[in-house]
Design a protein around this ligand. Structure first.
Ligand code: AMP
Length: 205
């Protein structure tokens, strides 16, 4: 089974995709994590992507299609869950030769999204994500898994968040209609505890 998780910034795509990957033994491919790792390691891709990411803009579509096509080829026969890809119709077209079983659309109001994003903290070392209220680390400001200090992402300033939500509305939301037409869309309400969101996803899958 191959899955896609769709949803605006702050909806909890990463947390939910990780749980579903564990449950169904899927390889979790998160474009944001892949790109941040490249920025951290100062690779050629990271150097091109960084200014776009800091502004909250999408990186050029041919570039991300190239990265993801290679990643999907690399994992060969393993099944996957895509998190953060596709983000526009061109990217969705790059997947037409690949069997996608279900697309999970995670829904939340703008007010909830902004509240969730501003409380989000990330570990730069192992990419674990936390939320100061909804998913706090055991020790404030410290990653449970690797003991590294937690940070707010550079693209989670109010102006970058606003820009990212606008882009989501304009470019990514049309994918919801596309996958609805293909009859593979699952709608999930996220104004409930994480464990209930996961239960809901599993039930509908
Ligand atoms: P995310 O962690 O998924 O919010 O991604 C962080 C940033 O990485 C985005 O704001 C974009 O700059 C870039 N990015 C991630 N996925 C994509 C994508 N599918 N297409 C273009 N840019 C992307």
């Amino acid at each position: 089974m191959n899955l896609i998780v769709l949803g605006a910034q702050g909806v909890g795509k990463g947390t939910i995709a990780k749980e579903l990957a564990k449950k169904y033994k899927l390889t979790h491919l998160a474009t944001g994590d892949i790109l941040r790792e490249n920025v951290k390691n100062k690779t050629k891709l990271g150097k091109i992507a960084e200014p776009y990411m800091l502004k909250g803009a999408l990186i050029p579509t041919p570039l991300i299609i190239n990265v993801m096509t290679k990643k999907i080829k690399q994992i060969k026969k393993q099944n996957f869950i895509l998190d953060g890809y596709p983000r526009n119709l061109k990217q969705a077209r790059s997947l037409t030769q690949i069997k996608i079983d279900k697309v999970i659309h995670l829904n939340a109001t703008k007010k909830t999204l902004i509240k969730r994003i501003s409380g989000r903290r990330i570990c730069d070392k192992c990419q674990s994500t936390y939320h100061i209220k909804n998913l706090p680390p055991k020790k404030e400001g410290i990653c449970d898994k690797c003991g590294n200090e937690l940070h707010q992402r550079a693209d989670e300033t109010p102006s970058a968040i606003k820009k990212r939500l606008k882009i989501y509305h304009k470019l990514t939301e049309p994918l919801i209609k596309l996958y609805k037409r293909k009859k593979i869309l699952i709608e999930i309400e996220t104004e409930q505890p994480i464990k209930d969101i996961i239960k809901d996803c599993i039930k509908q899958i």
